[in-house]
Design a protein. Structure first.
Length: 355
């Protein structure tokens, strides 16, 4: 039985084996906890990295949008200066070449609109972007409208009506400036909220030059572009200008801003006296009138020549015959001559009743 006794380990060996087994499991748990912590740290780093990339991408989106919009705004201002500069001071441009230049301006306005429509817009600026598109659409349509009417406005026939339509298109630019200003403020506010300082500031200049009344009022507009329309022929040196002195119907002199009763039978004839108050002879001075209150009545004529300091008259038939007893508002205009800068005394308004 001695060999059985030899197979039993000594008591101290059993205790040593148990101690070795317990201590051997500790490195395993330490490694698992370490791996878990590394995984958590990795996930946090990845999430922060993704968030950082998204934030950086969003910031670049705002910066790119602001930069592109600033560039478009600068080019739009350049278009404004060239477009209105040509209308106000055509220089050596002929009527034909001026029309061609404005046609080219329409192409530029269309290009600017397409660039605005193609902007990569951050979601936060969607409403501002929509107003920008409207603003540049109005600018494109306004320039296009002027391009369509300018040839007629420069001609003798229909120039008054065409000039009035151009004045209406000028109001497109006024509306576009309001929309652009609203969207610019919204963009700048959002950039500030994002703590972004753009490299270039957005243009604050209006597209329609000041004073706006020179462009949206048909009479002032006629005076503004008188260097092109040149209702009075020939070259003018020194001070240039005419004045509407007197208007009469059937021998009855009308009083401005007062009611005048006109007797006599039809057909009626309007006589308009115009004085040359400039320092040069003027020719082909256009005179026209409009009557409203009953049926709308219009007419036009011209004075072939007025010497310096002289007074000549244009006689215009009033057709169809005005209604008896109806109160009409009559507006008479002697169109500005070439080089005339002040046209306040070229127009008069009367109230007339035909007996």
């Amino acid at each position: 039985m001695a060999f059985l006794d030899d197979d039993e380990p000594p008591p101290e060996d059993l205790g040593r084996s148990r101690r070795y087994g317990a201590s051997g499991q500790r490195p395993f748990f330490v490694r698992r906890i370490g791996a878990l912590l590394m995984g958590v740290i990795f996930i946090v780093v990845v999430v922060l990295g993704i968030r950082g990339c998204l934030n950086a991408r969003a910031e670049r989106g705002f910066e790119n949008y602001a930069r592109d919009l600033a560039s478009i705004g600068t080019e739009s201002q350049q278009l404004s200066k060239e477009f209105f500069g040509r209308l106000q001071d055509p220089g050596d441009l002929t009527e034909l070449s001026l029309g061609a230049e404005i046609d080219a301006d329409e192409g530029t306005a269309q290009n600017l609109l397409e660039r605005v429509q193609g902007l990569d817009t951050p979601d936060e600026l969607a409403e501002a972007q929509a107003e920008l598109v409207q603003a540049f659409t109005l600018r494109r349509d306004g320039v296009g409208g002027v391009a369509d009417e300018i040839d007629t406005a420069l001609a003798k026939d229909g120039s008054k009506e065409a000039t009035e339509r151009i004045a209406s298109y000028m109001r497109y630019f006024l509306a576009s400036d309001v929309l652009y200003g609203r969207s610019r403020e919204a963009v700048e506010t959002e950039l500030a909220n994002q703590d972004i300082v753009p490299d270039e500031k957005l243009s604050t200049e209006p597209f329609l030059p000041e004073p706006a009344e020179n462009w949206i009022d048909a009479t002032n507009l006629t005076s503004t572009i008188s260097g092109v329309t040149a209702s009075g022929g020939g070259e003018c040196s020194g001070v240039c200008g005419i004045a509407l002195l007197e208007t009469s119907i059937a021998g009855t002199v009308l009083t401005a801003d007062a009611l005048t009763n006109v007797a006599g039978g039809s057909p009626y004839e309007l006589e308009v006296s115009v004085q040359n108050q400039g320092e040069s002879e003027v020719t082909d001075v256009a005179v026209d009138f409009t009557m409203s209150g009953g049926d709308s009545i219009e007419g036009s004529g011209s004075i072939s020549r007025i010497d310096v300091g002289g007074t000549e008259s244009a006689k215009l038939n009033i057709q169809p015959n005005p209604e008896s007893g109806t109160e009409y508002t009559l507006e008479v205009t002697a169109q500005p001559v070439e080089g005339e800068e002040i046209a306040d005394n070229n127009t008069a308004t009367y109230t007339v009743v035909f007996e």
